[in-house]
Write a new protein. Structure first.
Length: 214
């Protein structure tokens, strides 16, 4: 039985969020291929995970018998997130750009699941797991655009997911999502619509590909 770990982090619900909408296309397609499969779903906007604490961090480097009760409790919550990642056959992450970077709730999830000597380092426990990131943004930060240098979502997540955790990561990037609501971007609406369509098509195709692979 296959398992998909689906993480959403947009503060906006449903179709109001480009990352949620595209991720839903991926998830729906995946479930059509694996109707008996399991989806572990975390909505970090609705139910945020704890930010990493000193107890949770320190406990990751101690023998379980040496942990204080506070460290054991804090690490237990962290371990649940780590084990969800390790059980997954594929991971889907909605990562909208907020102020040039990822939502703080998604950063908190990453801080919990990154554990050197287990999920990160020389032999990461989830190495090779396919991860699809829906990295939506209100404008465009593509190479050659005026704000290319402000792209910290793909750069950050690439460094973490690929370089630190050795996950097989691919990005889907719906851009210019503010165009329909910003009069100053009215002339960019056709480009936004084309980007949205490509993103949904990409999500469906990627879900089918990974479902067959799983």
């Amino acid at each position: 039985m296959t398992t998909l770990l689906h993480i959403d982090s947009s503060v906006f619900p449903g179709e109001a969020s480009a990352s949620r909408a595209v991720a839903e296309t991926f998830r729906r397609t995946w479930q059509e291929q694996h109707p008996e499969g399991t989806v572990i779903y975390r909505d970090l906007a609705k139910d945020p995970v704890p930010h990493i604490t000193a107890d949770a961090h320190t406990a990751g480097f101690l023998d379980p018998a040496a942990r204080t009760p506070e460290q054991a409790e804090a690490f237990g919550a962290r371990l649940e997130l780590i084990e969800e990642l390790e059980r997954a056959d594929a991971v889907l992450i909605g990562a909208p750009m907020y102020n040039f970077s990822i939502p703080s709730t998604l950063k908190a999830w990453l801080d919990n699941v990154i554990l050197f000597g287990r999920t990160a380092g020389d032999a990461p426990s989830a190495k090779g797991t396919p991860v699809t990131v829906v990295a939506s943004r209100g404008g465009s930060y593509a190479p050659g655009t005026p704000r290319e240098g402000y792209e910290y979502v793909q750069n950050l997540l690439g460094a973490i997911l690929v370089d630190m955790m050795s996950l097989d990561t691919e990005f889907i990037v719906p851009e210019l999502t503010m165009a329909p609501d910003n009069p100053a971007m009215a002339e960019l609406v056709p480009l936004y619509e084309a980007s949205r369509e490509r993103a949904h098509q990409h999500a469906a195709a990627k879900a089918k590909q990974l479902a067959l692979r799983a």
